[in-house]
Design a protein around this ligand. Structure first.
Ligand code: ADP
Ligand code: MG
Length: 968
């Protein structure tokens, strides 16, 4: 407390690090030669410092020798500073910080922190301490607070004692070493976060750790303050050497600026220059007190021992030597109590008095000299004595707080009066104040600039994003246009397909008409056939009756004949006609009759067979009739189906026409929209070009546009989706139609098969009929032969009768001649002859009847032949019709298959187009403008996920239902 203001020089120590591994690997030479503990020789040249530390110095040794003492100074109310100066990788950070949490390797700062608290704990109980720390770095002459990242460009101000300080810098109150270490850790991590290349950054920036200690004695009320700056300077090498790639020239200049101004300040101080350029850089400004001011300063000169860094090491050592000459005036930072202030004032007053006395003495002496008098030595002003008096007074002013402000030293040869000095001092103070204000202003402006820059970046980003949006919208628009084109083409295709369908429908209706006509013809034919069948039936009935009749007659005839013959035999036997000639005749007659009977038998058999055949043919024809009836029913059904089909086709045609009309309208509206959108876009681009400054407005406008676009797009998309739905419906309908047609075709096929079978049956019948005809012809021929034989027999019978009559006549004549008694016998003979004659008449009648029957049968034969021919022709016609129907069915099937394929082909690209549109990627993190894609994608997903299923389900069900209805 009683220390007077003391002048001290800056303490400079030198520390050499060991050769590092890469230097060892390179085989670099270890150049320093140490002499004692305060001298080092480089290339034979000696450099003297307060201490020189060799490479094997440990952290604790270095701390104890250099920094420990400063703790006591700071806690005693003095300011202190420790600088680390040297080229990059010379061990500055190693010296200042070391490994912060390693008890062996930790550097000066953590050790000081620990010591300060330990020391405080050992001090007087009445002392109360307030410790606060600040941590900041200076990069490109900008002060950045490491405890608050938001403070990036702090300014330097002067306090009421004209001591510079960093204004607005975070001051953190701490109460234990851990809190200080936490602050350091925090600051270091902040520093790491903010930069990309930490090594490069730390080698180009100064980091300053400030510990501010205030103490108050609760008993005496004495207040002391001490500030300790711990400075890890930027690499002392020129930026050019390590290579400032990526830094522009101005930046390189700024990097070097603070260090070179430090050099200038030190040079000025070393040379004792009247003007020290502290204000050249923020760093020298902050450390103004540490360099030639009220501060105990230690500078650690860190050096590399490698021959490779020889030049840099030497310049570093030179710098240290220069700094060694700087003198600081150290005073105690004490806040005086009122009593102390009073005493001080009194002493100052006394001092003032002595000084005034001196001045009057000197003035008197001067006047004597001027008037030409020579003043004797004893009368002359005693400089030494006056000085001693003043110093004695000064020494009593032990609490002189205010450091002697750097005197406004006047240039040599120019003497200023006290008033002038004061005036200029005030002026200068004012000017400095203004300068600081300007600095502040500059700081504010630069912060404003930063914020504006940020805003600009934001705006640019916004602009970029809106541009991107615009691009996206453009692509979307293009896509929509393309889609529109595609849908137009699709519509065209659909229209074409519809036209084709219409044509097809026409063809189908034509076919239906043809079929109906055919059906009518067939039904007519069927009617004819049934009528002919009925006629044939009746004929058959007639024939049956006839054959029955004939059979009856024949049996009757046969029985009568047999009776006759028996009677004849009886008559012949009873009459005893034993005449040789006549008996031979009767034998002949018998044989003839037997022959006749056998022939008759065969004829009867043939007749029976024929009747059977006729019966079978009747059964067949009845079967045929049934089949024809069935066919009729089938045809009727087909006609009804065709009618229903025609109805449904006309309905579908109508709906398709309506749809076509709608689509055309839609296309027109889309075209209009496109035109509108294009116009809007043009306007937008114009606006964008013109109004970059009013980006917000543009953004709003863009957003509005985007919204409107989105709405339009949504509308378009929904309409397109409707269209798609309609088309899908149409497709399903068409498919149903096709299925129906296929079913029809199959049915036709079955019918065809049936007809084929019928045809075969008919051909078989034809064959049978031809066989029947052959047989009939044969029977005819047989009958002819029979007739002939019957005729011949009749002739022979006639002859026999004639002979018999002649014989009888001759016999009667002979008998009359020879024997008149035989009159009674002749009467019996006459009776017999009568009987025979009647028999003969009957036989002739039967013969005649047979002839007539034969003629009748012969007349019937051509009729039957004709009928047969007609049925054969009909069968042929039916066959031809069947073939035609088959061919038609084949053509139909082919056409429908083609149509189906075409429809499928038409449907395929539609689906693919939709898939392509689905396949569009989604981009995250975009502005609302980009959302249309999202929504479209979502929508398309929806379409994929929900709608088709719904549509398919509903539509197909409905269609199925329709199909069922039609088929029913
Ligand atoms: P600067 O801060 O000057 O750029 P550093 O302090 O980062 O240099 O030191 C560079 C390297 O050299 C570090 O790895 C450090 O551990 C090592 N180093 C520096 N000085 C010494 C020393 N005296 N003893 C051992 N290693 C050292
Ligand atoms: Mg470093």
């Amino acid at each position: 407390m009683a220390d007077p203001a003391a002048e001290t020089t800056i303490k400079v120590v030198c520390r050499f690090r060991p050769l590092n591994s890469s230097e060892v690997a390179r085989g670099d030479k270890y150049i320093p030669k140490f002499q004692g503990d305060d001298c080092v020789h480089i290339a034979g040249k000696p450099y003297h410092f307060d201490r020189v530390f060799q490479s094997d110095t440990t952290q604790v040794q270095f701390y104890n020798a250099v920094a420990q003492k400063i703790v006591r100074d700071v806690l005693g109310g003095y300011n202190g500073t420790i600088f680390a100066y040297g080229q990059t990788a010379s061990g500055k950070t190693h010296t200042m910080e070391g490994k912060l949490h390693d008890s062996d390797m930790m550097g000066i700062i953590p050790r000081i922190v620990e010591d300060i608290f330990n020391y405080i704990y050992s001090m007087d109980e009445n002392l109360e301490f307030h410790i606060k720390v600040s941590y900041f770095e200076i990069y490109l002459d900008k002060i950045k607070d490491l405890l608050d990242m938001s403070k990036v460009n702090l300014s330097v101000h002067e306090d009421k004692n004209r001591v510079p300080y960093v204004k607005g810098c975070t001051e953190r109150f701490v109460s234990c070493p851990d809190e200080v270490m936490d602050a350091i850790d925090e600051g270091k991590s902040c520093r790491h976060v903010a930069v990309t290349n930490m090594n490069e950054h730390s080698s180009r920036s100064h980091s300053i750790f400030l510990i501010n200690i205030k103490q108050e004695n609760s008993q005496t009320g004495q207040k002391l303050t001490g500030k300790l700056y711990l400075v890890d300077l930027a690499g002392s090498e020129k930026v050019g050497k390590t290579g400032a790639e990526g830094t522009v020239l101005d930046e390189a200049k700024m990097i070097n600026k603070s260090l070179s101004s430090l050099g200038n300040v030190i040079s000025a101080l070393a040379e004792g220059s009247s003007y020290v350029p502290y204000r050249d850089s923020k760093m020298t400004r902050i450390l103004q007190d540490s360099l030639g001011g009220n501060c105990r300063t230690t500078m650690v000169i860190c050096c590399s021992p490698s021959a490779f860094n020889d030049a840099e090491t030497r310049s570093t050592l030179m710098f240290g030597q220069r700094a060694k000459t700087i003198k600081n005036t150290v005073t105690l930072n004490v806040e005086l109590t009122a009593e102390q202030w009073k005493k001080k004032w009194e002493r100052e007053n006394e001092k003032n008095k002595t000084l005034k006395n001196t001045v009057t003495w000197l003035e008197a002496e001067l006047n004597r000299w001027r008037s030409g008098e020579s003043v004797p030595v004893e009368d002359q002003f005693n400089k030494e004595q006056a000085k001693a008096e003043v110093q004695a007074l000064d020494s009593t002013l032990n609490n002189d707080k205010t450091a002697p402000t750097p005197a406004l030293s006047s240039p040599p040869g120019l003497k200023l009066t006290e008033a002038e000095t004061q005036k200029y001092g005030a002026e200068m103070a004012k000017l400095y104040k203004e300068l600081d204000d300007k600095d502040d202003e500059i700081n504010q402006q630069s912060q404003l600039l930063e914020s504006l820059k940020e805003q600009m970046l934001d705006q640019e980003e916004l602009l970029g994003s809106s541009r991107r949006d615009h691009d996206i919208l453009q692509t979307e628009l293009n896509r929509l246009l393309a889609e529109n084109e595609a849908s137009k083409e699709e519509v065209k295709e659909v229209l074409q397909a519809l036209e084709e369908l219409a044509v097809n429908y026409d063809q189908k209706s034509q076919e239906v008409e043809d079929k109906a006509q055919e059906f009518e013809a067939l039904s007519e034919e069927l009617n004819e056939k049934s009528s002919s069948l009925a006629s044939i039936d009746s004929e058959l009935q007639k024939l049956k009756e006839m054959t029955n009749h004939q059979r009856k007659r024949v049996t009757e005839m046969m029985s009568s004949l047999l009776k006759d013959l028996a009677e004849i035999g009886i008559a012949v036997g009873s009459n005893d006609i034993k005449q040789q000639e006549s008996s031979g005749l009767i034998d002949e007659e018998f044989t003839m009759a037997r022959l006749f009977i056998s022939k008759m038998k065969s004829e009867v058999k043939a007749m029976v067979k024929r009747s059977k055949q006729l019966e079978s043919s009747r059964a067949e024809s009845s079967q045929k009739m049934e089949e024809a009836e069935m066919e009729l029913i089938a045809f009727q059904l087909r006609v009804s189906q065709h009618e229903a089909k025609i109805k449904s086709l006309t309905d579908s045609l109508q709906t398709v026409e309506q749809k076509k009309r709608q689509l055309e309208e839609h296309v027109d509206s889309l075209n209009e929209q496109i035109v509108r959108i294009k116009a809007q876009e043009k306007v937008n681009t114009m606006e964008k070009e013109n109004e970059i400054q009013s980006a917000h407005e543009v953004k709003d406008a863009v957003e509005k546009q985007i919204q409107s676009h989105r709405q339009i797009h949504q509308k378009q998309i929904s309409s397109l989706r409707d269209e798609l739905d309609n088309k899908e419906k149409l497709m399903t309908e068409l498919q149903d139609l096709n299925q129906k047609i296929m079913l029809e075709q199959e049915r036709l096929k079955v019918e065809h098969e049936k007809l084929k079978a019928a045809d075969q049956e008919k051909s078989r019948q034809l064959q049978e009929l031809t066989v029947l005809q052959d047989r009939r012809e044969q029977a005819g021929q047989d009958l002819k032969g029979l007739e002939e034989t019957v005729a011949r027999e009749l002739q022979t019978l006639h002859n026999l009768r004639r002979l018999f009559v002649q014989d009888l006549a001759t016999r009667v004549k002979k008998n009359a001649k020879m024997n008149s008694d035989d009159a009674e016998s002749s009467a019996a003979q006459k009776q017999k002859i009568c009987f025979l004659e009647s028999n003969l008449e009957q036989l002739t009648k039967a013969h005649k009847q047979l002839l007539r029957d034969n003629a009748d049968l012969r007349g019937e034969l051509p009729k039957l032949e004709k009928r047969l021919r007609a049925t054969a022709e009909r069968v042929k016609a039916l066959e031809a019709a069947l073939r035609e129907a088959k061919e038609n069915a084949a053509i139909d099937r082919k056409r429908y298959q083609q149509e189906m394929e075409r429809i499928k082909d038409a449907a395929k690209p539609k689906n693919m187009g939709r898939r392509a549109s689905i396949a569009k990627p989604i981009r995250p993190g975009q502005l609302p403008g980009a959302s249309p894609i999202n929504t479209s994608v979502n929508r398309s997903n929806l379409i994929q996920n929900n709608q088709p299923a719904g549509i398919k389900g509903g539509g197909s069900n409905r269609n199925m239902h329709q199909c069922d209805e039609t088929s029913e």
